[in-house]
Design a protein around this ligand. Sequence first.
Ligand code: SF4
Ligand code: SF4
Length: 315
Amino acid sequence: MAQPTSDLKTWLREAAQGMGLPRIAFASCEPLEGEKRQAWLEQGGRELFPYLDQTGALEPSHWLENARTAVVAFLPYARPEAVPGATPGSLKLSRYLWGRDYHQLLKARLKGLLALAQERIPALQGRVCVDTVPLPERDLAVRAGLGWKGKHTLLIAGKEGSWGFLGVLLLDVALPPDSPFEGDRCGACTACIDACPTQALEPFRLDPARCLTTYNLETEREPPLDVREAMSRSRWAAGCDVCQEVCPWNRAPLWGDPCLWGGDSPLHTRPAEQLVMGVAQWQKLTRGTALRRVRHRHWIVTLRRILGPSHNSLD
Ligand code: SF4
Ligand code: SF4
């Protein structure tokens, strides 16, 4: 284990700014609330997300031996209200999928920060986690004081809202943690719960078996009939932003990191009926974006759900 230095935390904050990580905070790696997550797995999460069901995988120490500090980064990716070049009849994609793949960008910046820190303290061990392991980044972000868990279950980073990516750098050195965010600032608001097209939300709890993102990003499983109908009506083909679009904390426009901006895409600008394409075309179109994780076969399954199985271009 590396020896802590009194000014390492201040130095890391300054170095992070230079690496394009404007907002970081520090949390301890004490065990998280494993019981709650176990209950969530038993209530259907295990079936839909089998990769989350690894013993101890939700704890930082599973991913870095002697993990003591989690440096949590929030990287805004805010988008304009209007989809660039959108035409009537086009499909809807979550804003975070419009631009360059955030995994690559955030991972590279956090790895750069680790490398700089290791130049300063050669014995320091660290590990970067950006969505690639089932670490509960949101819970660590709350513990680090970056924001609170909204009723839609996403992190709200104060006036920066919820349009942002989270990444974690685990370190084997104990640094003084920041104060956790206590409570929430949702108040009496229920806008996200009321607007959800599938009634997947209750306060601070999301039912993954009813959320559109489960079926258009995570699994090809057949959704319940009313969820399938909601997908067809709402035309969300990859992700769903409804619960964030209505959130008052997202009202102020924010542009986020320019490296994450996307431009016009055929996925926005063409009518859905023209988006039936072969594997090679799909791979070309999604190269370098986070949409790459959606397999072509899954994309066609989603199109069938939105356009109807009898649509002739899907035969
Ligand atoms: S992402 Fe869409 S379907 Fe899922 S909880 Fe939010 S509004 Fe509901
Ligand atoms: S829409 Fe309202 S209730 Fe939902 S997360 Fe935002 S502030 Fe909280």
